[in-house]
Design a binder for this molecule. Sequence first.
Ligand code: MLC
Ligand code: AMP
Length: 454
Amino acid sequence: MNLLHLFDLSLIARANEIALEWEGAEFTFGEIERRSNRVSHALRARGLSKGDRLCVYLGNRIELVDIYLACVKLGVIFVPINILYRDREIAHITNDAEPRLVITDADLAELTSDRDDRPLEDLDGDSPAAIIYTSGTTGASKGAVLTHNNFAANAVNLLTMWQITDRDRFLLALPLFHIHALGNGLHCWLAGGCRMRLLERFDHRTAIDEFRDFRPTLFFGVPTIYVRLLDTPPEIAREIGDRMRLFVSGSAPLPVPVFERFRDLFNHTILERYGMTETFMTLSNPLTGERRAGTVGFPLPGISVSIDDGELFVRGPNVFAGYWRRPDATAAAFTDGWFHTGDLATRSADGYYTLLGRKSDLIISGGFNVYPREIEEFLLEQPGVAEAAVVGVADGLRGEVPVAFIVATSFDADALERACRDNLASFKVPRRFVQVDSIPRTALGKVQKHLLAQ
Ligand code: MLC
Ligand code: AMP
């Protein structure tokens, strides 16, 4: 399915309804349609056409929505870059994706034209809509190619299973460069036709005011956000909870005590679900029925899930088309059409899935993925560093934070931290640099990270 046919349920059919609140202004679906048409023509004038890649290095803002929709209309492949990434991380993506254009804040003023009509491009559902970079088990990230059909299957599932309709009021504070806000947030809004208030980011100092002012019925968060919301004064939490229909959590494990304390404070049971860039959403607790703490519920419609040797495998219309220009990595990620998630899981007798952790060393900090190997490789480039091992250490707010263990001929923790801050996204900067005489290894030479973590 061409995604536009799904979005037209709002862009065309609800043209006069308020679609978006952004920085105090309101926009109808008709205006969203015309804004993205104008951006489409501007992109065409820059020579972009079907199959070209367009990198965007932007935080949440209305122009990012316009650009995404323009890409969908033109068949241009949207490649978002995490706004927290630094030069080295950005260069990896721009070298790999070979975009025709990279858009940053500085380019937005020129990105318009005066033509309101929709450009027409013939696209089928297997056309790529986006490439999202994700690291897999190697240090360097790979581009997951996500098709129109993948996005459509995911949105239709979530609209149905979470009963999202045009009556919802949706507060979106997650970053649009990730699948959580892009695949779930933006697509449920556009297909469902509700009113969305988009925030530049979740800021715990102002979040409560946003909730009270906008009065949302629907909110998607990562566990760190729910931990932050536990600081809400009880009477205000009840007031917010009374108007809310559904709080959803995902992208990292929601600790059971947070689930319980949140329920007591807001009088709401958070619905936890599980997904991945490569697979979109695969498992979800039910809207109706028991939302069981510590579990991620059941497979979504049309999606097959199996567990083999502890690892979760997924198959279905939600599963991506492969890694961009990496046939070997793509082949290695599948067995007989089943995608290897790298997540370990169990299934209860009554069908609830529980995640037990990951096969790889992946650290998830505040919902952002941190691949130790990428940081270790960077640390090894620094003067005096002979060996480096990065492990995730439990953190009450962010879930996990990275800590670096260093074997060094000369050790300067401040200099290492500065180098990391200058070259890596903030969430990847190790919270501590610990000098050690040696890194514990197995007889086969494999680093025993669990010993370091202790
Ligand atoms: C965080 N920071 C941001 C930012 N988010 N900066 C700019 N834009 C953003 N969107 C930076 C801050 O500048 C700061 O950097 C540090 O992160 C911590 O900020 P904080 O104010 O203390 O935030 P905190 O209360 O900890 O909340 C952080 C957070 C953020 C929860 C808002 O981590 C976040 O948005 N996480 C969501 C990630 C996400 O959407 N993941 C989905 C992946 S898809 P400094 O330099 O001061 O440290 C996926 C699949 C699936 O996993 O299943 O969904
Ligand atoms: P990403 O590669 O950024 O898409 O992150 C996907 C990973 O996030 C998954 O492989 C899981 O390890 C993790 N994840 C997502 N949702 C959950 C959840 N509800 N509980 C635990 N881990 C999760």
